[in-house]
Design a protein around this ligand. Structure first.
Ligand code: BMA
Length: 364
């Protein structure tokens, strides 16, 4: 779905849409790729539907890896997910593959293919701790406490951010036009498990990290990005906004909320959604932004009708641009770590029902 030349509405231009550049002539304007993606997501959310998303969808599945055109979602429903999510972790150290073994050139190709199908791509980044060079989960050192005063660390961070910026900027369709993507850095910061999260950064340091990220992207002229902010679960509105970078830095207000505890955890999961996503959607609307359920899922799908009887009712018509579940790791690599059913799994029929509900968008 190419929307490079669509006329955008004045309302849409109220949003910062990636580059923060606003139009003087809002009525008759050629949309930037980021604005076109914003409009695409906005119209879906306003129609009461959402793009269904799946992480690493075409890279590997429950019992396959790197088979051209394969997708567990497609194997079950006949269509690819409307949104594909990818991760740039390890691009910062010039690795050819990301932290889960997915080659960056494969990710770039799949992003272009998904865009050509009329689908959407979202990019996250599990960044290595720059103080220890280990991984994103290493909270033994808190580089953000040092960043402002440590010019070497600061330069290293900027260089790493620059590598993600270069990758995103390089995404072009077959005609050489930029492919717009959702970029969702510094996610789940309200949790304590990442080095940029609570306990390892003050709200000011976290917000400075967003400003730093944006500055590097802007200096490199990257404008094919919608920026997504996505803290975790169990947050009051005040807590959610205590680390919010600001309307000029964010296009999509998200939240990561998983279902834990199988059958017994259903009510807790629904309550967690109802406690957070309605105000996220309300604030997004008020600010001219989009809302999204940026990460969710039930690992191993022990509830056969989870998609139509737990997830869908829990969303309860909250206007969301997309709802993204996590990856289907290959069974020999990480057994039981999957979030959509594969052919033969007992949740298959229900996932088809979810697909046919008309609420969740998939692409051919
Ligand atoms: C986690 C798990 C890990 C993976 C990480 C980053 O939720 O899926 O196996 O390495 O995300 O993708």
């Amino acid at each position: 779905m190419k929307k490079l030349f669509i006329v955008v509405s004045a309302l849409m231009l109220l949003a910062s849409c990636g580059s923060g550049k606003k139009s003087e002539n809002a009525e008759e304007e050629t949309a930037t790729p980021a604005q076109a993606l914003f409009a695409q997501l906005d119209s879906v959310a306003k129609s009461g539907r959402f793009y269904f998303g799946h992480h690493d969808d075409t890279a590997y599945g429950h019992d396959w890896q790197y088979v051209d055109g394969n997708s567990d979602v497609k194997a079950v429903t006949g269509e690819y997910p409307g949104l594909m999510s990818w991760d740039l972790g390890w691009i910062e150290v010039d690795s050819a593959t990301n932290l889960d073994g997915v080659p960056f050139d494969f990710i770039a190709q799949e992003i272009v293919k998904q865009h050509a199908r009329g689908g959407v791509n979202a990019i996250g980044w599990h960044v290595i701790n720059p103080a220890t060079d280990t991984d994103a989960w290493d909270v033994s050192a808190s580089p953000l406490h040092e960043m402002a005063a440590d010019s070497l660390l600061s330069a290293k961070m900027d260089m790493w951010i620059g590598k993600t910026a270069d990758f995103i900027k390089s995404l072009k369709d077959a005609d050489g036009n930029p492919v717009p993507v959702v970029f969702r850095p510094w996610h789940e910061n309200s949790g304590t498990w990442f080095w940029w999260g609570t306990g390892n950064s003050t709200p000011e340091e976290y917000i400075d990290l967003w400003k730093r990220t944006r500055k590097v992207f802007d200096e490199k002229g990257v404008d094919n990005v919608l920026w997504a902010y996505s803290p975790d679960k169990d947050l009051t509105r005040e807590q959610y906004f205590s680390t919010y970078p600001g309307d000029e830095y964010v296009d999509i207000l998200g939240a990561d909320i998983y279902h834990f505890g199988g059958e017994k955890g259903i009510e807790e999961y629904k309550a967690r959604i109802q406690n957070e996503l309605p105000y996220v959607a309300e604030e997004a609307a008020k600010r001219g932004k989009l809302a999204a359920f940026t990460e969710t899922g039930l690992e191993g799908l022990p509830i056969d009708n989870w998609y139509s009887e737990v997830l869908l009712p829990a969303l309860n018509d909250i206007p969301l641009a997309y709802v993204c579940v996590w990856r289907n790791a290959e069974k020999n690599v990480k057994p039981g770590h999957f979030y959509v059913p594969y052919p033969g799994h007992p949740a298959e029929a229900d996932f088809k029902k979810f697909h046919d509900s008309g609420k969740a968008l998939f692409v051919k």
